[in-house]
Ligand binder design. Structure first.
Ligand code: GP9
Ligand code: MN
Length: 636
């Protein structure tokens, strides 16, 4: 655009500049956004620009007189949005979302203190508006001429260019930013607080529409399906752990191929191998996560529903009605917590844990995190476990808790002093480094269980360990083939690599009679198994899994991409494989399970998209309130 064009929009440009600087100053002074390098700082700096140019640019379609007034009005709007986030952040250490605005419990906390959250320095937020108002009155800035069509097109092309430049840069820093790794801080850091609100509004309207179209009839059919597939047989272990604490260890990126495996003569998971000899170990257990990775595994474990095929359900449907394990266990006197030394808003955990009925989330702020005890994603596992045990000692019992490890996370970084085993030697740095970080996590688990044994918690608990999802993606198939001593990996091998360890350790029970169980199962079965061990009847709950100790449990599980595994076969990418040979088998063998696999995923999706559990009648519960209260009394 030529000089003349610029003078036509000088008021717009000044407004943009002022709001841009103001936003950046707010970023640096009011929010705690972690910056790791210069590129990230640069992204943070430029990210408000595209939105500001866009919102002010709407004014270019207005008549001369209205244009600058509109821009001034928009500046007020943007300022109010910014102040709202500042004030909200002061209290919750988080950014505003639409669901949160309607979450009464959150707002109740704010309540009367809202006025005290304003600081005198907040008045500085209006300084630029004062300047703009003054300029608005000045004849020099009066927008007298309209922009030509060409000039307008050039303007919006420039806005788009700025936006895509920003997004492109952000994607290199944080791949799959919008679909996979979701964290509000990460989004604000990369695409600006404003574009984050647009994204939030878009998702909100999508879920609202899907919810509005659903009714209770949709649930009846699903209930019939779930009831028809329910296994009701009594089995030995039912109620064996009644009243005990439940300690779940979510082991980051741990796959089964490292279990009982050696590198250069050294065991990769020496402690887990020992623990397996005192536990029930499931060698054909699969993760069922999608894009939501760790959060998806948490969702499955707490609900026995499948995660979504796209996006992370923790984020897309956090306001749904669920009947998660903490909520059910509350009736039995249980106190529920999660321990995870990361940002509480990562994967929207802070909000969805409330929805699930957790009593307490020990997030990064509950831990002593220093330069020395951190690596990669944050607090090292050994320190995490050490500090968690201290918190755990003070929990009211019985409790239901999950500890989520972090060190064995891509890119699998480790400091020299924590390397207890060699790296693997292949063309994949990822797989090479994975081995020592797995070994380190194994050491963390060992110390955790050992220090637990020193408290009175151990004897009165059951410990359940599982891998949350794969750690080595298909991009490393060549290196993986080398590790497994195979020529190359077929789709069959890739499915078999989705096996993650599942270990059930019941002190006083499994140490006397350890077992390795080959039946096919998956994360979806964890909740029904826990409930059965605790002797809690969930026969009226809508869940897709089955107690793995039930004799009637089918040797079958379905992965989120529609692949499924049976006793003798693996079905993936349209081919039915024979497990024994790894070769394609007659399609007809897989046929009987095809419909079931599809139906399970579809029904689960329907429940989530339609928020169908809100229609579910809890009064049909098998155990009456009084029975539950009696048990709760006994558990105390
Ligand atoms: C983040 C941790 C890792 O808090 O759970 O998440 P992931 O990337 O594995 O889903
Ligand atoms: Mn994970």
């Amino acid at each position: 655009m030529r000089k003349k064009s610029f003078s036509k929009i000088s008021f717009l440009l000044i407004a943009t500049l002022l709001l841009w600087l103001k936003t950046y100053i707010v970023y640096k002074t009011s929010f705690d956004i972690k910056i790791e390098n210069f590129t990230q700082e640069f992204i943070l700096f430029i990210n408000p620009l595209s939105f500001l140019l866009l919102i002010f640019g709407v004014g270019l379609f207005m008549k001369e007189k209205n244009r600058n007034r509109y821009i001034f009005g928009a500046s007020i709007f943007v300022t109010v949005l910014l102040i709202s986030n500042m004030v909200f952040y002061r209290f919750f250490n988080d950014f505003l979302t639409i669901p949160v605005l309607f979450q009464t419990s959150n707002m109740g906390d704010l309540g009367s203190s809202i006025t005290s959250l304003f600081l005198p320095t907040d008045l500085l937020m209006f300084v630029d508006l004062g300047i703009l108002y003054w300029l608005l009155k000045k004849p020099t800035f009066r927008a007298t001429t309209v922009l030509t069509r060409k000039e307008k097109s050039a303007y919006f092309l420039l806005v788009a260019a700025v936006f895509f430049f920003n997004l492109g840069l952000a994607e290199t820093e944080r791949p799959q930013l919008l679909t996979r790794s979701f964290d509000r801080e990460m989004l604000v850091k990369n695409i600006s607080v404003y574009n984050f609100h647009i994204y939030d509004a878009f998702l909100q309207s999508k879920t609202s529409a899907q919810r509005a179209l659903a009714d209770s009839d949709n649930l009846t059919e699903i209930e019939n399906y779930v009831n028809a597939n329910r296994k009701v047989s009594e089995e030995d272990l039912k109620g064996i752990a009644e009243g005990r604490n439940v300690i779940l260890l979510s082991l980051e990126s741990l796959q089964s191929f490292v279990i009982n495996e050696k590198l250069n003569g050294e065991e990769i998971t020496p402690y887990l191998n020992d623990l397996i000899n005192e536990s029930y170990y499931f060698e054909n257990f699969y993760h069922q996560t999608g894009q939501g990775k760790t959060s998806d595994s948490e969702f499955i474990v707490d609900n026995s529903l499948y995660p979504l095929g796209r996006g992370a359900v923790f984020f897309t449907n956090s306001n749904n009605e669920y009947h998660a394990t903490p909520e059910i266990l509350k009736n039995y006197g249980y106190y529920s917590t999660v321990f995870h030394a990361n940002n509480k808003s990562f994967w929207n955990r802070d909000l969805i844990y409330q929805t699930f009925g957790y009593d307490r989330f020990f997030d990064v702020n509950d831990y002593e995190v220093t330069e020395e005890n951190s690596i990669g994603w944050g607090l090292k596992d050994i320190d995490f476990f050490e500090q968690s045990v201290q918190h755990m000692d003070n929990l009211p019992q019985p409790f239901y808790t999950r500890l989520i490890t972090l060190t064995n996370h891509f890119p699998f970084e480790l400091s020299e002093e924590d390397r207890f085993i060699d790296e693997f030697d292949s063309n994949s740095k990822t797989l090479n480094q994975y081995i020592p970080t797995v070994r380190y996590m194994d050491e963390g688990v060992k110390r955790f269980v050992e220090s637990l044994k020193e408290t009175d918690v151990y004897e009165n608990s059951i410990i359940i360990l599982y891998g949350d999802h794969y750690g080595i993606s298909e991009n490393h198939n060549v290196a993986m083939a080398k590790f497994l001593g195979k020529e190359e990996l077929t789709p069959f091998d890739v499915v078999q690599l989705q096996r993650v360890p599942f270990i059930v350790h019941i002190p006083g029970v499994t140490d006397k009679n350890p077992q390795t169980i080959s039946k096919v199962s998956g994360q979806i079965d964890i909740r029904p198994t826990i409930m059965s061990l605790l002797g809690i009847d969930t026969s009226e709950q809508i869940q897709f899994g089955t107690d793995v100790f039930s004799d009637d449990k089918l040797s079958f599980t379905v992965l989120r991409d529609g692949s499924f595994i049976t006793e003798n076969n693996v079905y993936t990418r349209g081919i039915c494989y024979d497990k024994e040979t790894g070769q394609p088998a007659d399609q007809a063998i897989c046929d009987p399970y095809m419909e079931k696999a599809k139906q399970e995923l579809n029904y689960s999706d329907e429940i989530i998209y339609g928020d169908l559990l809100r229609f579910y009648q809890e009064n049909a519960e098998a155990e009456t309130e009084t029975e539950a209260t009696e048990k709760a009394e006994k558990n105390k």
